[in-house]
Design a protein around this ligand. Structure first.
Ligand SMILES: Nc1ncnc2c1ncn2[C@@H]1O[C@H](COP(=O)(O)OP(=O)(O)OP(=O)(O)O)[C@@H](O)[C@H]1O
Ligand SMILES: [Mg+2]
Length: 242
């Protein structure tokens, strides 16, 4: 479904990504891990058109989407949430999700349908019903993450990219989010997710990719990857999880 081919990104003479290739298949959940500064967010920005690769290509369903603007890529069916949850502070939660429903999808939609879809999607992600009309600036971080997720879902993506969906959540909240990720996949949506919490990655991913200093150093079944000596040396030893 998604193919990233030999992507290199140079910024100011520094190599941020070096010849990274990866793929995501239909209905797959692929985890992306790696130390801080490894290039994970940069990779997501390239896939979603926020940034252009210096070399290499991105294709989606066999179509070259390299360098297309983010709104076109979103309408083709790739949505993302951001590492630092932000939204439209002056809009209500529901209106913020409507932006995704109306502008993120190729399907034309009436305001009424978008309103309905937004409420339904906020419910699906576990956003508190009584806060639908609360301004985004008054939401807490967990609620804000839910709004972001609902907005991405409302654009009816076929591939969803999560950049640290669980960071800042309590273990109980993370568990809820893991269930939610599984529920989203059950709807036929493929997922590529950056996550630092290894137990989450291990519990939910079909495949795990490890980035280090802009290079892909592993790509395989979660248990293969955590037993890979290079991964242990460069990353797992570092976070001290295993
Ligand atoms: N626009 C930019 N200008 C200069 N350097 C940048 C830019 N964007 C990213 N970098 C650098 O590229 C490297 C990779 O950054 P990136 O944000 O992709 O890492 P990451 O793997 O997402 O890290 P984290 O786990 O901390 O989120 C870092 O060293 C970062 O400082
Ligand atoms: Mg990042």
């Amino acid at each position: 479904m998604l193919d990233v081919g030999n992507v290199t990104k140079l910024i100011g003479g520094m190599t941020i990504l070096s010849d990274v290739s990866l793929s995501v298949g239909k209905n797959e959940i692929v985890g992306v891990v790696g130390p801080n500064g490894a290039g994970k967010t940069t990779l997501f920005n390239i896939i979603t058109g926020i940034s252009r690769p210096t070399r290499g290509a991105v294709s989606f369903d066999g179509e070259d989407i390299t360098g297309l603007p983010p709104e076109r890529i979103c309408r083709k069916g790739i949505a993302k949430t951001f590492q630092i949850a932000h939204s439209f502070p002056g809009l209500t939660a529901r209106d913020s999700v409507m932006v995704g429903a109306i502008f993120g999808s190729d399907e034309p939609m009436t305001i009424r349908d978008a309103k309905e879809l937004s409420a339904e999607t906020l419910g699906f992600v576990g956003f508190p019903g009584e806060k639908m009309d609360t301004l985004v600036r008054n939401l807490n971080v967990v609620e804000l993450k839910r709004v972001q997720l609902a907005r991405a879902l409302a654009s009816k993506p076929r591939l969803l990219l999560f950049d640290e969906l669980m960071t800042g959540l309590t273990p109980a909240e993370s568990n809820d989010s893991v269930e939610l990720v599984k529920k989203i996949r059950a709807q036929g949506i493929s997922i590529l997710m950056i996550e630092h919490v290894m137990s989450v990655i291990m519990g939910v991913s079909d495949r795990v990719i490890v980035l280090d200093h802009g290079e892909k150093i592993a790509d395989g079944h979660p248990y293969e990857v955590i037993n890979d000596q290079r991964v242990i040396d460069t990353y797992l030893g570092d976070v001290g999880v295993f």
